[in-house]
Design a protein around this ligand. Structure first.
Ligand code: HEM
Length: 99
């Protein structure tokens, strides 16, 4: 079930986000050029990009966040419930009564 969660939650979200990133890079070639320049300067072209590199890539990070801000692939969150009566920041959230 956990693997299924990852596949369902992780595939469409990631591929659609990448679709929008590629679209925006085509529409804004100057942004693409600056992002590529930062990747080349920080990582180079001879080794793969590592997650640890992200802190050295602020422009690339800002581009990705901006694409996600403009094109929200998950505009609505799925339903949530609490399993016991809960108070959060002064709001009472009653335990969900499932039929
Ligand atoms: C750009 C890619 C992704 C986007 C935009 C995205 C978006 C979201 C959003 C909006 C939520 C709901 C958060 C909430 O309501 O509190 C969520 C939850 C979740 N996502 Fe993603 N996600 C992405 C990638 C992934 C990937 C790659 C995985 C797994 C490999 C994943 C697994 C999950 C899981 C398991 C949850 C439920 C977390 C929980 O409620 O405890 N997501 N995601």
């Amino acid at each position: 079930m956990i693997c299924m969660d990852f596949f369902i939650a992780g595939t469409q979200t990631t591929s659609t986000t990448l679709d929008y990133v590629f679209l925006m890079m085509l529409l804004y070639p100057e942004v693409q050029r600056r992002a590529q320049e930062q990747l080349d300067a920080v990582v180079g072209r001879d080794k793969p990009l590592q997650l640890a590199d992200r802190h050295k890539l602020p422009y690339v990070g800002a581009v990705l966040m901006e694409v996600q801000r403009i094109h929200q692939v998950t505009p609505l969150a799925g339903p949530r419930r609490v399993t016991k009566d809960t108070t959060l920041n002064g709001y009472n959230i009653p335990k969900a009564r499932l039929k």
